[in-house]
Each structure stands twice: as C-alpha cells, then as structure tokens.
Design a protein around this ligand. Structure first.
Ligand code: GDP
Ligand code: MG
Length: 206
C-alpha cells in the first residue's frame, strides 16, 4: 500500500465497541459514549440489540491461537495470585480457552447490548486504551474497566462465567474489520463531519 493510502486509512480508522450486558444493566452506556465523544473520536454507527448464542459464537474467533492465548492468560493470573490451575479441571491452554469461550456465550446473551462503530485516527488503539486491561484489577484508574468494574479471572472461573468487564473493544484493525462487517451493514454506517474537523482544516489553512 502507498504511504498516502496508509495515512488516509489511519485517519479514518474504524473500531468496534460493544457495551456488554453488565455495562447496559448498570446504566453505563451514556458514560462510555461520553468518554468516546470527549476524546474526539466519532461514533458512526450505534444500536441496542439482544444477541443470540449463534451471533456471539460468530463474533469471537475460533482459531487455535485465540483459544491458546485466553488459556495462557488465565494461567498467568492463577500463578500471580498463588492459585492452583488444576482446580479448573484442565491445564491445557486450548481447553481453558474453549471453556472461557462457552462462558462468553452465556454472558453476552444475558441482557441487551449496545454496539457501535467508532472512527478516527488510531481508533483501535485509542479505544483499547480507554477500555483498560481485560482484568479489572489490572486496568488503570481512568479507564472504563478500571473505573467501573471489580472482578477476578479466578472468581469468574470458579463460578464458571466470563469476567464481567463492561465493554468489548476490538484489539487490532483486522479484528475490527471482521467485527464491523459481522455486526453492521454498510447502510448502518454514516459519514459526516464533526465540527472540530472543520477547525483542523481552518488551522491547516492558517
Ligand atoms: P478483551 O479483548 O480485553 O475483552 O479480552 P480477551 O479477548 O482476552 O477475552 C475476551 C473476554 O473473555 C474478556 O473480556 C472477558 O470477559 C473474558 N475472559 C478473558 N479471559 C478470561 C479468563 O481467564 N477467565 C474468565 N472467566 N473470563 C475471561
Ligand atoms: Mg479481545
């Protein structure tokens, strides 16, 4: 890809953010939207919906790499807090990953969610930064998960459920592209200018 095309892609990078059921039932949708808008990113699609298990099954990757990564992350956390991974019934990364994947189907179909597409320079990294670490205790204060969630991988695993952490946000531009295409049609995504985009133009001209 040419340098100019790469720049243009970065300027209008899109990411996918979803309020998870705990975020919606705790009335945090407005808080999350406020934070996105406050930093200057643009919401270009938005909808409340109640997902089916099949939809969530399509949403999360099924690849061996993804399952192994979730399993590995879980193990690292068990070690960190001196807990015994054997209590999970398996030490195999892929099997742990599959377990968590199943719990995600229960979690994300338990109440309505709010899905959105967010656009702007480095939208993927910015929204991940705003979301904070997957595990609430490791999410910095000032992030959505750090400010609004209290949960632990170990407790969640003990209770056979996913970690409750308010939102989902795409981790890479490739993941964002898959998720946006899956959850929205082209007619749902809007193109418009925010007022500050005009300000940037004015500054450039000056
Ligand atoms: P995210 O991109 O930060 O949401 O994290 P991942 O893609 O690694 O995991 C997807 C979701 O699975 C997380 O947001 C959690 O809800 C859940 N999850 C991740 N790791 C674990 C875990 O070790 N145990 C449990 N119970 N849930 C997990
Ligand atoms: Mg993820």
């Amino acid at each position: 890809m040419e340098q100019a095309d790469k720049m243009a892609n970065l300027e209008k990078e899109q990411t996918f953010l979803m309020m998870k059921p705990d975020g919606v039932v705790r009335g945090l949708t407005g808080e999350v939207i406020k934070r996105i808008e406050r930093c200057g990113l643009k919401i270009v699609a938005l909808k409340m919906f109640w997902a089916t298990r099949d939809q969530i099954d399509e949403h999360y990757p099924k690849s061996e790499a993804w399952l192994n990564r979730i399993g590995e992350k879980t193990k690292v956390n068990y070690d960190k807090y001196g807990l015994d991974i054997k209590t999970l019934g398996t030490e195999n990364n892929k099997e742990i990953g599959l377990m968590v994947r199943g719990w995600l189907l229960d979690y994300l179909t338990s109440a309505p969610m709010v899905k959105m597409v967010i656009e702007g320079p480095h939208a993927v990294d910015l929204v991940r930064k705003m979301a904070g670490n997957t595990i609430p205790a490791q999410a910095e204060m000032g992030t959505i998960r750090g400010d609004f969630s209290v949960d632990s991988a170990a407790f969640a695993n003990r209770d056979k459920r996913a970690i409750f952490n308010i939102i989902h946000a795409s981790e890479t531009p490739e993941e964002a592209s898959h998720e946006i295409d899956f959850w929205f049609g082209p007619e749902d995504i809007h193109e418009y200018e925010k007022v500050e985009e005009n300000t940037y133009k004015f500054v450039k001209r000056g």
